[in-house]
Design a protein around this ligand. Structure first.
Ligand code: MSP
Length: 541
């Protein structure tokens, strides 16, 4: 039987804000992970998109003299522009205003009502209008009745509301998390969730009453089944998107998701509420719920009030100067993947770019390409079966790198997977320093066997760099495609595994006798003294 496809999701983003580096980070994380899984030979389905039925979306639309639909169309378009800019290749850009989503989400809610897992009750609570979220009395009090996120005053609300019987799933959730150590990643986040779970679960409201004539809501949101005076609460409906997107004959095989990716802010919804809803619906649970940390800027949290977001215009300026690969690489290797926040600084960007890209893979491939051009007339030299020299067994080294990448992506760790590629580049650099092919080339006439040794050295270098390029391709797809094309490497077919592609004795290895054009430099060195690129012109919000 074919291996199960890997379904990867990002949060669906609210259309009240313009896209910024935070949204781009999670989406790049997902894109790189999806490309790795495709490289691993697995079919993948990668979803990103927008969450459109929040209160704040409706109020933003009204403030701007638009209908929610017009406003959502415009803002979701900006997310698409942002994601195109950084070469995101999702299989779907999903919007909760799609008829398909609304219809299926409503069907799930109706099913939960029928089963008694959703019931009508009274709700008195503290509502955080800036986050569209109810807080418990304890949490509200702890924060002096201010939003823990925006510090705006909480509103006390009493409503006839529908509730989801979350409390009934406490034990089952606990068991699931205990039995599946990789369900919530990274581990420290898992411990946080377990700690909160132990305090006990209360039922959660899943509807929002619409007042008669409430503006903007005439034709917006998902109607509560059997009660058109209520909309399904945006969070509950939004979570359903992951399932509504694939719940049909064609895409049903993608469920359950392999990876739900997000930042720590919304882990509880994904690690507790959503799995409990899925249990109630009798559906399989996702494999991994991965919560990364935040990108901050120069040591400070990015926020509207600080006005310090790395926004789309700044991202665009970086992409123009250094290329989309460079931006993706920075996010993927220096982003907040673990439990620490990551500081966006220009100095770090340039340092990583020069070390790994310009002076790393870029320099190594051009050095080796130049030597093959010069000493072997741009033809891949024949190692005559010698694949190991000076303690470097390249078949073992490259296959260990591929194995390392495979085990890293199984736990969502794209940084570790990319480090396998960079590690190979460093080994090639070290090998060149030991074997000194440029010196050996001067002794070809005088030293017996020098030509064969040079051929073996350069073949090994080129092959290891080919594998490194493949391992880095999820983050730097443009440069990788450029190099593999100029080196005449066979395109990687769908369904081929990484072990096979990385095998220097296998079908994808460079073929002696075949042409290898040296090609243009993959990355130009960046000048560390040059000031950070500045956004050219700001597009209106
Ligand atoms: N609409 C909800 C999600 C519903 S999913 C069923 C939402 N949207 S959001 O627009 O606020 O996006 C939050 C997500 O954006 C975070 O979980 C994270 O993926 C990303 N980020 C926003 N700011 C971020 C940083 N400063 N740093 C890293 N990622 C951040 O919540």
């Amino acid at each position: 039987m074919a291996e199960k496809p890997v379904y990867i999701t990002t949060p669906i983003y609210y259309v009240n804000d313009r896209p910024h580096i935070g949204h781009c980070y999670t989406t790049t994380f997902a894109d790189v992970l999806a490309r790795f899984w495709r490289l691993a030979g697995r079919e993948t389905y990668f979803l990103t998109g927008t969450d459109e039925h929040a209160d704040k979306v409706v109020s933003k639309a009204l403030e701007n003299g638009m209908t929610p639909r017009q406003w959502a169309d415009r803002c979701s378009e900006q997310f698409k522009v942002a994601f195109d800019l950084i070469d995101i290749r999702s299989d779907v850009f999903y919007r909760t205003s799609d008829a398909r989503h609304k219809e299926l989400a409503q069907r799930y809610i109706a099913e939960l009502q029928r089963k008694g897992d959703i019931y009508l009750g009274d709700y008195v609570g503290w509502y955080d209008t800036s986050q569209d979220e109810y807080l418990t009395e304890a949490v509200a009090k702890e924060h002096n009745y201010l939003s823990p996120v925006t510090k705006r005053p909480l509103e006390k609300r009493t409503e006839k509301n529908y509730f989801f019987r979350l409390s009934a799933y406490q034990d089952a959730l606990q068991k699931h998390i205990d039995a599946n150590p990789g369900f919530i990643l990274p581990e420290a986040r898992r411990n946080e969730v377990l700690g909160r779970l132990k305090q006990g679960l209360q039922d959660v409201p899943v509807s929002r009453a619409i007042k008669a004539g409430e503006k903007g809501w005439e034709d917006w949101g998902v109607l509560m089944p059997g009660d058109p005076g209520h909309r399904v609460y945006v969070w509950i409906e939004a979570l359903c998107n992951y399932l509504t997107a694939v719940d049909d004959a064609e895409r049903g095989r993608f469920w359950p998701a392999g990876f739900h990716l997000m930042a720590k802010d919304i882990l509880w919804f994904h690690a507790v509420i959503w799995p409990a809803m899925l249990m109630a619906m009798g559906r399989a649970l996702p494999g991994h719920v991965y919560a990364h940390s935040y990108f901050i800027r120069d040591g400070k949290k990015m926020s509207k009030s600080e006005g310090n977001f790395i926004d789309l215009d700044t991202i665009s300026a970086y992409v123009q100067r250094y290329g989309s690969d460079a931006f993706r690489y920075y996010l993927s290797t220096q982003g907040p993947l673990s439990t620490n926040d990551a500081d966006f600084t220009h100095a770090k960007f340039v340092e990583g770019y020069n070390a790994d890209l310009a002076n790393g893979i870029g320099n190594a491939t051009s050095r080796v390409g130049n030597m093959i051009d010069k000493y072997f007339a741009s033809v891949v030299p024949d190692p005559k079966g010698v694949l190991s020299l000076e303690g470097h067994d390249w078949a073992a080294i490259t296959s260990a790198a591929a194995e390392g990448a495979l085990s890293a992506i199984a736990r969502g760790d794209i940084t570790a997977a990319l480090n396998e590629g960079i590690g190979l580049v460093r080994k090639v650099d070290g090998f060149i320093n030991i074997t000194e092919p440029f010196k050996l080339a001067k002794r070809l006439e005088t030293e017996a066997g020098a030509k064969d040794r040079l051929a073996a050295i350069l073949y090994q270098c080129a092959e290891a760099l080919r594998v490194a390029t493949v391992l880095l391709s999820p983050a730097i797809p443009r440069a990788s495609a450029q190099l593999l094309a100029t080196w005449n490497c066979a395109p990687i077919g769908a369904g081929v595994g990484l072990r096979e592609v990385a095998d220097i004795r296998g079908a994808y290895a460079l073929k002696p006798g075949q042409g290898l054009t040296k090609g243009a430099a993959l990355f130009m060195r960046a000048d560390p003294a040059e000031a950070a690129p500045v956004a050219a012109a700001s597009t209106p919000a």
